[in-house]
Design a protein around this ligand. Structure first.
Ligand code: HEC
Ligand code: HEC
Length: 353
């Protein structure tokens, strides 16, 4: 914005100066022509100049005033430049980011709006989560069944994954699901910049965080912020409701299986086969994520607190977790989404599997 104003002013000045030169050259040409032959009366170099009175008086003063004016321009102009330049740069950067978000939004839009239909599966431009039609093939009988696969919310994606991890998801997709690969490396149609703009767009639609730390002034990404209290209490209410109506036996079990309405908080969509299309197999027996049953997860983490710490931050590519686990970056971190009490409840449940 500021950058645009400055550019406009600079152009105006440049045009005025250019016009001035043209007018000056034109006048000069004319006066030169009318003087033709005048040197016969008085040679040009013999033109009488100002006398001392004039030279040391008004003329000198005029030049001194001009000098003071130039000094004033420098004295005022330089500090002004110094003051305005950082905000001009910030403005330019912001303008570029807005441009990225705008391009990303065009890609994210549904097919009928000319985009790649992220919005169509993920619950509209706000990415609140939706369903995607899909065909699953039974590995034993090869029977194909049409199902509706729950597509998770992407408006909390920055809470759970680092930017690199999100890039991996977009480039390679989840090839066993309706989420196809989108990047060239994964066999999809988009180049690196298109993936970057999609990430910028998804960042712009994150649910703004609460309790950001000092100096973390962007509520869309601030590292120490967490889910707003109303969204949090919605998870709480829905989980308790499912225990009250007898669907699940414990609060932890309810959290593990919580459906996607209003967000993708569930563990089951990755750790229970068939959960995503409403035909869950054995809970926690493994799907995209490893099996958690039969004490497998307990052997991985000696102490309950170790497992809580892992689920808080998720896995990181190449990093060790537990006793002999090595992360791929695909297990999300839930520290910014679930309260300490909820984390403990869900881990208690996992340890009981
Ligand atoms: C045909 C439907 C469909 C389309 C189109 C689609 N997705 Fe997905 N997406 C899904 C499903 C289903 C999943 C979950 C897969 C699973 O169960 O792991 C998913 C997963 C994701 C995830 C990971 C979320 C998580 O928490 O695990 C992200 C991020 C994502 N999609 C972004 C996008 C973007 C950006 C686009 C557009 C370029 C897009 N999706 C297009 C259906 C779709
Ligand atoms: C987006 C899919 C996804 C979701 C959602 C998810 N996980 Fe995972 N989880 C994984 C993957 C993948 C791994 C394997 C680690 C890796 O690849 O980095 C994993 C690993 C684990 C492990 C370690 C298992 C072992 O023996 O190595 C535990 C425990 C676990 N998840 C619990 C949970 C809990 C509890 C939740 C819900 C709060 C959850 N997961 C949600 C994908 C997921």
């Amino acid at each position: 914005m500021l950058a645009l104003t400055t550019t406009a002013i600079a152009w105006t000045i440049a045009v005025v100066i250019a016009l001035g030169w043209i007018v000056y050259a034109f006048l000069n040409l004319r006066s030169a022509r009318s003087e033709l032959g005048s040197e016969i009366e008085l040679a040009a170099n013999r033109k009488p100049y100002y006398d001392d009175e004039e030279l040391e008086g008004p003329r000198l003063e005029r030049l001194q005033v001009l000098g003071v004016l130039m000094l004033a321009v420098v004295v005022i102009g330089l500090p002004l430049y110094w003051i305005l330049e950082p905000s001009r740069q910030a403005g330019a950067q912001q303008a570029q980011e807005n441009q990225f978000v705008k391009w990303g939004a065009e890609l994210f839009a549904s097919t009928e709006d000319g985009g790649f239909n992220c919005a169509g599966c993920h619950g509209g431009m706000n990415g609140v989560g939706g369903v995607a039609p899909f065909n699953v093939t039974d590995p034993l009988t090869n029977q194909v069944t049409a199902v509706n696969w729950e597509a998770p919310a992407v408006n909390t994606i920055n809470y759970k994954f680092s930017e690199e991890e999100i890039r991996f998801i977009l480039v390679y997709g989840r090839p066993f699901s309706p989420m196809s690969p989108w990047g060239l490396d994964g066999g999809g149609p988009m180049n690196d910049q298109q993936i970057d703009t999609l990430i910028a767009y998804m960042t712009s639609i994150q649910i703004p965080r609460e309790n950001c730390g000092v100096g973390e002034d962007d509520p869309l990404v601030c590292p120490s912020g967490n889910l707003p209290a109303d969204v949090q209490s919605d998870i709480d209410t829905r989980a308790k409701q499912l225990v009250d109506d007898g669907t699940y036996e414990s609060y932890g079990e309810a959290l593990f299986n919580l459906d996607l309405a209003g967000g993708a908080y569930s563990c089951a969509r990755c750790h229970t086969q068939g959960w995503s299309w409403g035909e869950p197999g054995v809970t926690g027996a493994g799907a995209f994520g490893p099996s958690l049953i039969g004490g497998a997860a307990n052997r991985q983490f000696g102490q309950e607190s170790d497992m809580i710490a892992f689920i808080e931050v998720g896995s990181q590519l190449g990093q060790r977790y537990g006793l002999q686990g090595q992360g791929s970056g695909r297990m999300p971190g839930f520290g910014a989404m679930l309260t300490d009490e909820q984390l403990r409840a869900v881990v208690d449940y996992v340890r009981s599997l």
